[in-house]
Design a protein around this ligand. Sequence first.
Ligand code: KIV
Length: 288
Amino acid sequence: MSTTQRKVTIQTLFERKASAERITAITAYDYPTALLVDGAGVDMILVGDSLGNVILGYENTLPVTMDEMVHHVKAVRRGVKRALLVADMPFMSYQASVEDAVRNAGRFVKECGAEAVKVEGAGGIVSIVRAIVDSGIPVLGHIGFTPQWILQLGGPKVRGRRAKEAAELISAAIELERAGCFGVVLECVPAKLSKVITERLSIPTIGIGSGADCDGQILVFHDLVGLLPTKTPKHAKRYLSAYELMDEAVKSYIAEVKDGLFPTVEHSFEIDDEVIVEALREVELSNL
Ligand code: KIV
């Protein structure tokens, strides 16, 4: 197997950091997307609780349940061969107790085939990270803007612009590394601060809206391909306008059906006229 085909493990990510080769990550929530992004050669696939927003149409990630996540992680697992598969622990699946955290992380591994889990925050979350790691499950941390803390944060915002908050983020990243995280997502952290954090850690940082100096980058699939009609967030780059392309396709289908242009013989199945005649004769006989 070549480097690009080799199965990605958390060790691969450590090697990437050591050799300064950038890590690529994308979210996926279903089988076809998993096939696509894994086949394209991405290193890490996150079944993010962002599925609350982009798949289930919730206003934020707070309502997402374990059962909803399990359903999607299983679907993604069926499409992933090479990438490291990480499952996002939804709000209140790990915050209430260490037991909940370990049991729910275990569900992702045992029932769904996830290879790691992600949790948001530091501080009180650190002991939970340690317990999950101690049970044998790799954990990806997530600091900066952490959507599960939206009620406290008041909305999406860049974190760490002031010295006190910047210091808290540096300490949080170090705490998560010490607790055994194999990597840390930095979301909406100023680029220069992300660079400082990245240089201080021996585990990889994966940035989203956090500048080019992180060890890797992650984007939400729907932002990357423009799968929703809503505005792309500032930190994301839209590489395709998939929504517009799909909208055109659906409208063409509707127009062609109405105009009798679809289906044509090409999309239909043939039968000999004699078979029809015989069938009709049989129907008539059976009705006698
Ligand atoms: O849920 C998610 O998709 C995430 C990424 C944005 C890192 O947490």
